[in-house]
Design a protein around this ligand. Structure first.
Ligand code: MLT
Length: 309
């Protein structure tokens, strides 16, 4: 009998086509991920579950998942999967670490421009019929120092694009070798040095016990006055209240924030502050990236379900 896969989030239909082409019996139910009870009721029928971020794969859901062999996350972070519970049950958890890297790196660069030139505020003001030319004095990126925290798949693309913009790039990443840093044309530094030198700081690390609150109040206070903070990685990396306080106090110049400690974010200490640009976790939201991750997750899951590889 053909393995059965449930797609429970809004994945590109490319994934569905690939599952079908590979002979897998697939149900595309992109709304069911948000309906915990329904998902709990039907999960027992499936060998594979393909998700984005709305579906929460909890220990309780896994208890009912009697036939489940693999969960595939079309994206990088697997924060919405209880990996301990999955591994106890022998369920493999896969992600697609490369498919949306360029898109996320581009969002971080877009955020840098948005905060440097106050583009969202200038657009709102212009469309409101004001012509506030003197209100919106920006800064150039050229010649500024960018501090990149995390120089992996996404961070290294940000470094490359920033160097193209003629920024000086300093990177903090315990896994970055000196040789690789030299090849990338970036200066490898410790975190405190990065905090003290950067005009812009951008985060590109997963949320782990080691990185949680890496931009704590104490660390934010070590930054240069006027620093601009960009976070397109994970919400829990930054102390949001401390960031809001330091923006209000005039120490942090501005922030471009795509990810929040609580998502969906409907309230947040950063909302409504001047010089803060927020987007609703759009880091991976391009048609190209969504095609890539859907294709990759479907190929990987099919390989595993059909051949065990
Ligand atoms: C990811 O983990 O791939 C990104 O944060 C994008 C997303 O969650 O959609």
């Amino acid at each position: 009998m053909a393995p059965k896969v449930l797609v429970s989030d809004k994945l590109s239909e490319t994934a569905v086509q690939i599952f079908r082409d590979r002979g897998i019996d697939v149900d595309f139910m992109p709304e069911v991920g948000k309906d915990k009870e329904k998902l709990q009721e039907i999960i027992g029928q499936y060998d594979g579950l393909a998700i984005r971020s709305a579906t929460k794969v909890t220990a309780k859901l896994l208890e009912a998942a009697d036939n489940l062999k693999v969960v595939g996350r079309a994206g990088i972070g697997v924060d919405n999967v209880d990996r301990d519970a999955a591994s106890k049950k022998g369920v493999i958890v896969m992600n697609t670490p490369f498919g949306n890297s360029i898109t996320t790196a581009e969002h971080a660069i877009a955020m840098m421009f948005a905060v440097a030139r106050q583009i969202p505020e200038a657009s709102a003001s212009t469309q409101a019929g004001k012509w506030e030319k003197s209100r919106f004095m920006g800064v150039e990126l050229t010649g500024k120092t960018l501090g990149v925290i995390g120089a992996g798949n996404i961070g290294s693309i940000v470094c490359d694009r920033a160097r193209g913009l003629r920024m000086k790039v300093v990177a903090y990443d315990p896994f970055l070798s000196q040789e690789r840093a030299d090849k990338m044309g970036v200066e490898k530094v410790e975190l405190d040095e990065l905090l003290g030198r950067a005009d812009f700081i951008t985060l590109h690390v997963p949320l782990t016990d080691q990185t949680e609150n890496i931009l704590s109040r104490e660390n934010l206070e070590k930054t240069k006055k006027g620093v601009r903070i960009i976070n397109c990685a994970r919400g829990g990396l930054v102390d949001e209240q401390a960031l809001a306080d330091l923006i209000e106090a005039g120490h942090v110049g501005s922030a471009g924030i795509d990810v929040f400690a609580e998502e969906p974010a409907t309230e947040n200490p950063l909302f409504g502050l001047p010089n803060v640009v927020c987007t609703p976790h759009l880091g991976a939201a391009t048609s190209e990236a969504q095609e890539n991750v859907a294709l990759q997750v479907a190929e990987q899951m099919s390989d595993y379900l059909l051949t065990g590889a």
